[in-house]
Design a protein around this ligand. Structure first.
Ligand code: F3S
Length: 391
C-alpha cells in the first residue's frame, strides 16, 4: 500500500486542479507497480520527450492538453535536447513543418514554467544536485552522471513521469532512491589503456550489454575526467540501461557488496569494439557532443580546426549556455566551416531527413543510436582522428 500525505491525497482527489490530478495519477500508478511505500520530494526534474522527432503529434497534443488544464511545475525543471537549434534551424536545413511543430512543443513546456534549457548535460551549466539529493531526471546519460559522478538519487524517469514529478514535486520512493538498491555487485578491472573519451565510450558500449542489470564498480581508471565519465556512462546506459556505476577514487561513493563478481576489460576488447563500430567510410557530417559538449571539448575542437578548412560538415552539439560561453572558439570553428549547434543533438534531430547518410562520431551512445534511429552509417573514432581525416 502506498502511504499518502494529506497534500498528496488532495492532489489525487483533484482538489488542486485537473493537471495536478492527472500527474498524480501517473505517479500513483508507478508507485503501485514498483511497490513504493511512499513518495519523496524531489529538488529538480529533467524532462525528456522534447524533440518532435521522438514524441510526434501525439506528444504535442498531450502537452497542449496539459497546458489547457493549466499545468504548472512546482520545482526547478528543465528540458532534454529538442529536435533542432531554436535559432539556427534554417542553417541546419530542418524542414519547415518540423520546425513549426518543434516550436509549439517548446512553447507548451515553457508555458508550464519549465526552463527552456534543452540539454542532457545540465551539470555543465550549474544544475548540480548534491550528494544524496533526490531528483527526477529522465535522459539516460544525465541519470547515469547524476547517480554516479554526483551521487544524487534518481531513477530513470520516462518523459511523462518526469513531467508529472515536476508538476507534483514528488516521485515514488523506490529503486535507486533507496540506498539498499545502490550496492555494486560487479568489479571491473580495466586492463586496457583508455586515452580519450572515445575509448571510454567504446568501453561503455562493449560492457553495457554484458553487465545489464548489474551495478559496476571500476578499478584502475583513476585518470578519468568528467568528460570521459559522461562518455562512459552514456554508452553503458545506451547498450545496457546501466543507471549507476562507481569508479574507485573518483566517484563520491564506492559501495561494494559482499563477494562481488570480478571481470577484466582488456585491450583486445577495446580494439575489437572500436573496429566493429567503425565503417571506415568518409563522413558527410562529423557530430561531436553526445552527451552535450563541455567548454573543454569545444576548446579542443577549436584547437584542432584552427586555420584549416573542413571537407565535410561539422556540428558540435551543446546547450545554448555553453555555446554562449564559447564565442572565441565558435569563431575559429565557423572559419573552418563547422557549427556549434545548441538545444539539440545528432540523434534527436532528423539528420536523415536533412540528407545525411554517413556520420562521424566519437561517442559510444551516438554509435549505438544513429544506425537504427537515424539510418546512419557510422565512422567511429577519436576526435583528433576524425578531424584530422576531414581537414
Ligand atoms: Fe544527449 Fe542526444 Fe546523446 S540527448 S546523450 S546528445 S543522444
Amino acid at each position: 500500500m502506498v502511504l499518502l500525505t494529506n497534500e498528496e491525497q488532495k492532489m489525487l482527489d483533484g482538489k488542486l486542479g485537473e493537471a495536478v490530478q492527472q500527474s498524480m495519477e501517473i505517479l500513483y500508478a508507478l508507485a503501485k507497480i514498483y511497490n513504493a511505500e511512499k513518495f519523496i520530494s524531489v529538488s529538480s526534474a529533467q524532462i525528456a520527450g522534447v524533440s518532435y522527432k521522438t514524441i510526434g503529434d501525439a506528444g504535442l497534443e498531450y502537452l497542449e492538453d496539459l497546458v489547457n488544464k493549466k499545468a504548472k511545475v512546482k520545482i526547478p525543471s528543465f528540458l532534454n535536447p529538442a529536435g533542432m537549434d531554436r535559432l539556427q534551424w534554417k542553417e541546419m536545413k530542418i524542414p519547415e513543418d518540423f520546425a513549426k511543430n518543434q516550436l509549439k512543443i517548446l512553447e507548451a513546456y515553457i508555458s508550464m514554467g519549465i526552463k527552456s534549457t534543452c540539454t542532457c548535460t545540465p551539470y555543465f551549466i550549474g544544475i548540480i544536485p548534491k550528494l544524496k539529493e533526490h531528483i527526477a531526471w529522465s535522459e539516460s546519460s544525465a541519470v547515469s552522471f547524476a547517480n554516479s559522478v554526483l551521487g544524487a538519487r534518481t531513477n530513470r524517469e520516462g518523459g511523462p513521469s518526469a513531467l508529472a514529478a515536476a508538476i507534483c514535486g514528488i516521485t515514488p520512493y523506490y529503486g535507486l532512491h533507496l540506498d539498499e538498491n545502490r550496492i555494486s555487485n560487479l568489479v571491473i578491472k580495466v586492463e586496457s589503456e583508455l586515452k580519450t573519451s572515445n575509448d571510454f565510450g567504446a568501453m561503455g558500449y562493449a560492457l553495457g550489454s554484458k553487465i545489464k542489470g548489474k551495478i559496476p564498480s571500476f578499478k584502475q581508471i583513476n585518470h578519468a575526467s568528467h568528460d570521459n565519465l559522461k562518455s562512459l556512462g552514456a554508452a553503458m546506459a545506451a547498450t545496457g540501461s546501466v543507471p549507476l556505476y562507481y569508479v574507485e577514487n573518483i566517484t563520491p561513493e564506492f559501495i561494494l557488496g559482499d563477494s562481488p563478481e570480478e571481470i577484466a576489460f582488456e585491450q583486445k576488447e577495446l580494439n575489437e569494439i572500436k573496429e566493429k563500430l567503425n565503417s571506415d567510410s568518409t563522413p558527410e557530417l562529423i557530430a561531436i557532443g553526445c552527451p552535450h559538449a563541455s567548454l573543454d571539448e569545444i576548446k579542443k575542437v577549436a584547437e584542432l580546426v584552427k586555420n584549416k578548412k573542413l571537407k565535410c560538415e561539422l556540428w558540435i552539439c551543446t546547450s545554448s549556455e555553453i555555446k554562449e560561453k564559447s564565442k572565441e572558439f565558435e569563431k575559429i570553428i565557423n572559419q573552418a566551416g563547422g557549427k556549434i549547434i545548441a538545444d539539440t543533438c545528432m540523434v534527436v534531430c532528423p539528420i536523415e531527413e536533412i540528407g545525411y547518410k554517413i556520420t562521424g562520431v566519437n561517442s559510444g551512445k551516438a554509435a549505438k543510436y544513429l544506425p537504427g534511429f537515424n539510418k546512419q552509417k557510422i565512422v567511429f573514432g577519436d576526435l583528433e582522428k576524425l578531424i584530422k581525416n576531414a581537414t
